[in-house]
Ligand binder design. Structure first.
Ligand code: NAP
Length: 555
């Protein structure tokens, strides 16, 4: 019998966001000695940090919330179809408080390093408060978009006004009334911010490198009666999400683009444009994602919609993407975004034509002129999926660093386990099914799968689990293969691992970060792996007597 060392915790979860909250709930329910280490001073992850005006779901609220508790579903009233950040944060706090999860979370604890002790099969975590904590399993609930990135502009520290990345929007808020504001970036975040702050700022200068395709969110309030109806249909709603490729209530139109007439196509698009949510993207013809001709026809349709909404034809053309088609990057949903450019105080600068040169003490300088600004907002996105991992010095078997292993591109088994990094688990890692779908739906499945794995290990007396090299190679090849059929492979977007501000993540090299097979296929694969005694996972450990289960508290 292997002599097991005592560890501080059996499981350490890193991150107290949507994934970490559910993860710790399940661990506690299973009686496992576990804690959450969270770098911020409170829980909520993305909904704690992103406090910019206009921040809200673009998943239907009632499909975004957790499905695991009937009580929560009964008690929580979503006020809007696409709920806003303050409400979303309140929701996560409500769930955490209801199940006393805060007692199992440690805040202001940023994990700096994680090192696998091969001899004893335990992880040693170095925390920002100076402690080193040991555990058998580390669960990485660190988020997909939690590592913000800034442009590399000369003079950024010289600016005498206020500047920040959208992820660090001041918690106390900032009054932009009467201010000259510059915003760099026109991704999903900026598209939510711009129409809101256009109404506050004296002047708003938008510095756009590449425009994004975008369509209306069509948000509305949810009445008591609507929520009462939704509550009776939660099972049906979650079932529908599990059956749709994106994990949403929206399903692809099963007709072929080429089978129907142009009039029928237009009728579908007119309907979808006016409907709430991602239908315009996900209830469309499947050819839109794979076929250049179909994609071009639909992109032209959306371009015309932009031309109808933006009064100045030059501005309209500047807002229409020319380098990629609709839907092959992550589609931002908007509320009055295009109308914001009809205001006299909103000015669009195409920085491909007029490149940014530097930040000055008083604003931004392009090749054409100086812009005097009181506030600069960097809405320049994230080092998606692998960025948060790279910021922890993770060392596995033989001293191998995860950052080096993933430098070219991530390699995983199911987006949940990594060869060479035993007992390091990810409910929603790179290449998992949650990354490109309605996030919490994927998270719940990921967490449940990991809990089944831990239970299986407990039942069999295993102390160590690691993805086999072959399984990792096979899964990664499958992920790569799926990109080949998607037009997405051509886009400069975080779906292809692109970020011009991160060395090695620039254009020209696709990093296959997301699994594109859709939710049902991914879930079926998870089930098959579990049902075949976790084929693809190498276990180690000695069978133990049932009363000596290694997963019970060892602290
Ligand atoms: P993003 O989509 O990556 O957009 C970043 C923007 O900054 C792009 O317009 C980019 O231009 C520009 N940019 C980056 N570096 C620049 C530089 N050095 N100089 C000039 N421009 C630069 O980031 P995001 O808007 O924060 O959105 C990220 C993701 O977060 C979204 O795709 C979505 O998944 C998620 N999100 C979700 C919600 C929601 O659920 N409601 C809301 C917001 C965001 P290029 O396009 O030319 O690179």
């Amino acid at each position: 019998m292997v002599q097991q060392l005592t560890t501080d915790y059996e499981v350490i979860v890193i991150g107290a966001g949507v994934a970490g909250i559910y993860q710790i709930k399940r661990l506690i329910d299973m009686g496992i000695n576990a804690t959450v280490l969270e770098g911020s001073d409170n829980l909520g992850g993305t909904w704690y940090n992103n406090r910019y005006p206009g921040a809200r779901f673009d998943s239907e609220s009632y499909t975004y919330g957790y499905s695991f508790s009937k009580e929560v579903l009964e008690e929580w009233h979503w006020k809007e179809r696409f709920s806003s950040q303050p409400e979303n944060l309140r929701y996560l706090n409500f769930v955490a408080d209801k199940f006393n999860l805060r007692n199992h979370m440690q805040f202001n604890c940023k994990v700096k390093a994680a090192k696998f002790d091969e001899q004893n099969s335990i992880w040693q975590l170095k925390v920002s408060d100076g402690r080193t904590l040991s555990c058998r399993f580390v669960i990485m609930a660190i988020g997909l978009l939690s590592q913000p990135t800034l442009p590399k502009l000369e003079g950024m520290d010289d600016f005498k006004g206020t500047s920040f990345h959208t992820y660090y929007w001041p918690h106390e808020g900032i009054d932009l009334t009467g201010k000259k504001v510059g915003i760099i970036g026109t991704g999903a975040t900026a598209i939510q911010i711009i129409p809101v702050i256009a109404e506050q700022a004296e002047e708003l200068y938008v510095f756009q490198r590449r425009p994004n395709w975008s369509a209306p969110l069509n948000n509305s309030e949810l009445s008591e009666a609507e929520m009462a109806d939704i509550r009776t249909r939660y099972d049906e709603i979650f079932e529908a999400c599990s059956e749709s490729p994106g994990g949403f209530v929206h399903r692809p139109d099963r007709r072929s683009f080429y089978e129907v007439s142009r009039e029928e196509r237009l009728a579908l698009w007119d309907k979808l444009y006016d409907e709430p949510g991602f239908g315009i993207w996900l209830s469309n013809f499947r050819e839109i994602f794979m076929d250049e001709k179909a994609n071009a026809e639909f992109s032209d349709y959306i371009a015309d919609r932009i031309r109808q909404r933006v009064k100045d034809p030059v501005t309209a053309e500047t807002l229409i993407p020319k380098d990629h088609g609709f839907g092959i990057q992550r589609v931002p949903l908007e509320t009055n975004y295009f109308e914001a450019y009809n205001r006299d105080n909103v000015h669009l600068t195409d920085i491909q034509k007029e490149p940014l040169q530097r930040v000055t003490e008083t604003g931004l300088r392009t090749t054409a002129r100086d812009y005097d600004l009181d506030v600069i907002i960097y809405s320049t996105g994230f080092d998606a999926m692998t960025g948060a991992f790279d910021h922890i010095d993770i060392e596995g078997v033989g001293g191998a660093k995860l950052k080096d292993k993933w430098f070219e591109a991530p390699a995983t088994f199911l987006g949940m386990m990594i060869h060479g990094f035993p007992n390091l688990l990810m409910p929603n890692g790179p290449q998992s099914g949650s990354a490109s779908t309605n996030y919490p739906r994927g998270i719940e499945s990921g967490v449940n799968w990991l809990m089944d794995l831990l239970e299986y290990m407990q039942d069999h007396g295993y102390t160590r689990a690691e993805a086999s090299k072959a399984a990792e190679e096979e899964w990664t090849a499958e992920v790569v293969e799926m990109y080949k059929i998607m037009l997405m492979r051509k886009a400069k977007s975080w779906f292809t691992g692109y970020n011009s501000n991160v060395v090695g993540h620039e254009a020209g090299h696709v990093r296959h970060l997301v699994y594109n097979g859709g939710s049902p296929k991914y879930m079926a694969r998870l089930q098959t792996v579990a049902a075949t005694d976790y084929e693809g996972v190498d276990f180690e450990g000695e069978p133990t007597e049932p009363q000596a289960k290694p997963l019970q508290s060892t602290a």
